[in-house]
Ligand binder design. Structure first.
Ligand code: GLA
Length: 396
């Protein structure tokens, strides 16, 4: 008996202390903050520390945000041994000290590099230095790497990302690998097992609907490119429709609610991209909506599917692990949508656990945080221009 007890203790402690394998690092979509959307190249040690502090003080850490990621421009050169050198003026205490500080707050630390010879802002890239860089990141305490695709000099994308993936797998520290290849070679078809998330489009812009010549695009334009990608997402491997613009000032509150709701529905990584030190009530209300975050972080890891496309109006559904379902009514237009919806006529054929014809479900509004009816009744709601109604159908 004593022996069995001792053996059990050993087994439990081995498992508790076991390092996570690469495959286990992102069981739900990563959540955090990244410097690029708001600050571009204007990054520094003080900014990053303040952002980490704000993530805690604002309640974002407690809502699930975890990674603080420095995007481009932290690196300045390589030394004689080829080691990557952080900008000493902007990061005078060095990356290890910054990582230690972020870890002391219960958060994780992310960094950025590029598969090309240079980063997109022409800083040194990792091409030819992948294993050396991965070891350097591990020695600093890095937990997350975003890896870009500028100056790629016609490399094969799968091979280029696999090289860095192999380097991370061997560096001795668990590091989440975020592939930023902009969806050019359909990374969803090859990136599972190489990285944990992969960008599906060019860069997001802080607008509801807009497309730039160089490829940048708005929220609605990005959503349109996710429709067919649901089959590639799941625990440990996520489509990444780019970081959040919530709070950056280019959209209305309803548009930001649409942005956040749809990213949650799409099981997208939720990387805030605003100034966390200076958030108005509306921005906080959106980023810290734990009902919506719970849909995003659902352990089943399904990406929502659009099951009704009526042109100007769409309905999306995301099946959840508790046998329930999140439904999002999206009003693309600049006029309110006077919704008059008969649940009994729904055709969420892919949501197997929910049978609306047979059972009655409570309709819970995830933004108003209250029950607004049940599936035996017609749903009547006014959805604002460019807005959504996001609900969860709950068992009675
Ligand atoms: C690319 C990426 C962006 C950002 C910048 C940095 O454009 O797609 O997300 O990292 O580079 O230069």
């Amino acid at each position: 008996m004593k022996r069995i007890f001792a053996l059990t203790i050993i087994i439990i402690s081995v498992f508790a202390g076991r390092a996570q394998t690469f495959e286990e690092l992102a069981p739900t979509p990563p959540m955090g903050w990244n410097s690029w959307n708001k600050f571009g190249c204007n990054v520094s040690e003080s900014l990053i520390r303040e952002m980490a502090d704000a993530m805690v003080l604002s309640g974002m850490r407690d809502a699930g945000y975890e990674y603080i990621v420095i995007d481009d421009c932290w690196q300045i050169s390589r030394d004689e041994q080829g080691n990557i050198v952080p900008d000493p003026e902007r990061f005078p205490s060095g990356m290890k000290a910054l990582a230690d500080y972020i870890h002391s707050l219960g958060l994780k630390f992310g960094i950025y590099s590029c598969a090309g010879s240079k980063t997109c802002q022409a800083r040194p890239g990792s091409r030819g230095y992948q294993f050396q860089d991965a070891r350097t990141y591990a020695s600093w305490g890095v937990d997350y790497l975003k890896y870009d695709w500028c100056y790629n000099e016609d490399q094969n994308p799968k091979a280029a990302y696999k090289t860095m993936s192999d380097a991370l797998k061997e560096c001795g520290r668990p590091i989440v690998f975020s592939i930023c290849e902009w969806g050019e070679s359909n990374p969803w078809e090859w990136a599972k097992g190489i990285g944990h998330l992969w960008r599906t489009t060019a860069d997001i812009r802080d607008c509801y609907q807009c497309v730039f010549d160089w490829g940048g695009l708005g929220v609605l334009d990005i959503i349109d490119k996710q429709v067919e990608l649901w089959r590639y997402a799941g625990p440990g491997h996520w489509n990444d429709p780019d970081m959040l613009e919530v709070g950056n000032g280019g959209m209305t509150e309803d548009e930001y609610i649409t942005h956040f709701s749809m990213w949650a529905m799409l099981a997208a990584p939720l990387m805030a991209g605003n100034d966390l030190r200076d958030m108005d009530e509306s921005t906080k209300m959106i980023l810290i909506n734990t009902d919506v975050i719970a849909v995003n972080q659902d352990t089943k890891g399904e990406q929502a599917r659009r099951f009704m496309d009526m042109g100007e109006h769409e309905i999306w559904a995301k099946s959840l692990s508790d046998g329930e379902v999140a439904v999002c009514f999206l009003n693309r237009t600049d006029k309110p949508w006077n919704l008059n919806y008969d649940w009994k006529k729904q055709t969420m054929y892919f949501v197997r656990d929910v049978n609306i014809r047979k059972n009655t479900y409570t309709v819970y509004d995830l933004w108003q945080h209250k029950t607004i009816g049940n599936t035996d009744e017609i749903l009547r709601e006014d959805i604002p221009a460019h807005g959504v109604l996001m609900v969860k159908l709950m068992k009675k």
